[in-house]
Design a protein. Structure first.
Length: 186
C-alpha cells in the first residue's frame, strides 16, 4: 500500500513500453532501494549527480498499476483508492505524503502545517477519509489557478490535527521517508 501511494504521487507509468519509472533527488535513494527490494526486481538504480532513477520493465506490473488508477497521464485522473481495505489506507497515505506531501513550519513558529497536493477529486476523497479517521473537519483546500482549479492542496493547520495525522500515517510504520518523519520531531 505504501508503494502504491508513493507511485500515485511520484511514479510514471509508460503503458506503451510497459515501464514503471521513478526519479527522485539523490538524497531520497532509500525509497528506490525499498521499492526495488519489495518488488524483487533486478532493475538497477541509476545514480546521477543529483538524481536517482529506477526503471522497471514489466507488462504485468504496468497493467496492474493502470488497472488500479496509476495510469500514464494520471495527474488529473487519479481517484482515491476505495479498493484498499481500511487497514491499508494509512500506509497508502504515508506513501502519497512522502511523494506529494509536505510538512513545514507556519509563520513565526506557530506550529506545523501539513499539505498534500493532487487533483480535486482525489483531494476531496482524501479529505473525507481523513475527516472520518481523524475526527476533524479542519482540513482546508487551496486551488492552483494555473491549473484551472483542477489541482489543489489539502492543508491541515491545527496543531492537534497535525499530531493526529502523524499518529495515523506512522502507526504500524514499516517504511517511510525518514527526512519527513524527522520534520515532525523538530
Amino acid at each position: 500500500a505504501y508503494i502504491l501511494g508513493f507511485l500515485y504521487a511520484d511514479g510514471y507509468v509508460d503503458e506503451k513500453k510497459h515501464v514503471l519509472q521513478v526519479g527522485l533527488q539523490k538524497k531520497d535513494i532509500e525509497i528506490l532501494k525499498f521499492i526495488k527490494s519489495e518488488l524483487q526486481t533486478s532493475s538497477e538504480i541509476l545514480i546521477k549527480e543529483k538524481h536517482v532513477h529506477l526503471n522497471i520493465n514489466s507488462a504485468i506490473l504496468v497493467n496492474d498499476l493502470s488497472r488500479h488508477g496509476c495510469t500514464q497521464c494520471k495527474t488529473f485522473t487519479l481517484r482515491f483508492p476505495d479498493f484498499l481495505g481500511q487497514g491499508l489506507l494509512s500506509h497508502f497515505i504515508r506513501g502519497y505524503f512522502d511523494g506529494d506531501g509536505c510538512i513545514h513550519d507556519q509563520n513565526k513558529g506557530a506550529g506545523r502545517t501539513i499539505s498534500l497536493i493532487g487533483n480535486i477529486n482525489f483531494i476531496d476523497s482524501l479529505k473525507t477519509h481523513l475527516h472520518n479517521v481523524l475526527g476533524t473537519d479542519k482540513i482546508y483546500t487551496r486551488y492552483y489557478r494555473k491549473c484551472d482549479d483542477k489541482i489543489c492542496e489539502a492543508r491541515i493547520f491545527n496543531k492537534q490535527d497535525v499530531q493526529k495525522f502523524k499518529d495515523y500515517i506512522y502507526k504500524n510504520n514499516c517504511f517511510c521517508l525518514q527526512r519527513k518523519l524527522d520534520k515532525f520531531k523538530i
